[in-house]
Design a protein around this ligand. Structure first.
Ligand code: TQI
Ligand code: CA
Ligand code: ZN
Ligand code: ZN
Length: 173
């Protein structure tokens, strides 16, 4: 079953059209950005929310970036595996991904010619859909195939919202 953060934080009722931006000069390709677009679309399909990319990092509601190790928010990343990403509950909007993971998109490494064991591959879209759930105010779910279930097998792709995720987010919005 789905859960919320303590105090049930969520984006305010007058804020249904959310904007997002990527950390400037983070070396993001269009392939990477499209993955985030797909992940946001899954949540906007089942809520009154919309997500639009804007250029201004400063004014965006949701700020996305890849970081390695300590990046000055008190939650350092830990290299390959372990913590993959973190997102803060509304209305913080920070969405950070561990730049040292072996990220894959549709099964292919993001970094061209970067070969690694399938056991350390992390599907970017799966993590993005999960973290957006946190950004919207969802905690973890006890339903094993829900997006908000707190573990993901190595190399596993899990991107389709389940009923449990949809009921949870629709209780908030
Ligand atoms: N990052 C944790 C997560 O997003 C951070 C976290 C730990 C957390 N406890 C929390 C966030 C409680 C909110 C509430 O769950 S993670 C997965 C999954 C992680 C894990 O790097 O461990 C995904 C990030 F579900 F696969 F295990 C993304 Cl998809
Ligand atoms: Ca890590
Ligand atoms: Zn961070
Ligand atoms: Zn989580």
């Amino acid at each position: 079953h789905y859960s919320f953060f303590p105090g049930r934080p969520r984006w305010p009722a007058n804020k249904r059209d959310l904007t997002y931006a990527f950390v400037p000069q983070n070396g993001l390709t269009d392939d990477i950005k499209i993955v985030f677009t797909r992940a946001f679309d899954r949540w906007s399909e089942v809520t009154p929310l919309t997500f639009t990319e804007i250029a201004s990092y400063q004014s965006a509601d949701i700020k996305i970036g890849f970081f390695s190790g300590d990046h000055n928010d008190g939650e350092p990343f830990d290299g390959p595996m372990g913590t993959l990403a973190h997102a803060f509950s509304p209305p913080a909007g920070h969405f950070h991904l561990d730049g040292e993971e072996n990220w894959v998109i549709d099964g292919a490494p993001i970094v061209d010619g970067n070969f690694f064991s399938i056991l350390s591959a992390v599907d970017l879209e799966s993590v993005a859909v999960h973290e957006i759930g946190h950004l919207l105010g969802l905690g973890h779910s006890s339903v094993e195939d829900a997006i908000m279930y707190p573990t993901l097998g190595a190399g596993t792709r899990r991107v389709e919202l389940r009923n449990d995720d949809i009921l949870g987010v629709q209780e908030l919005y």
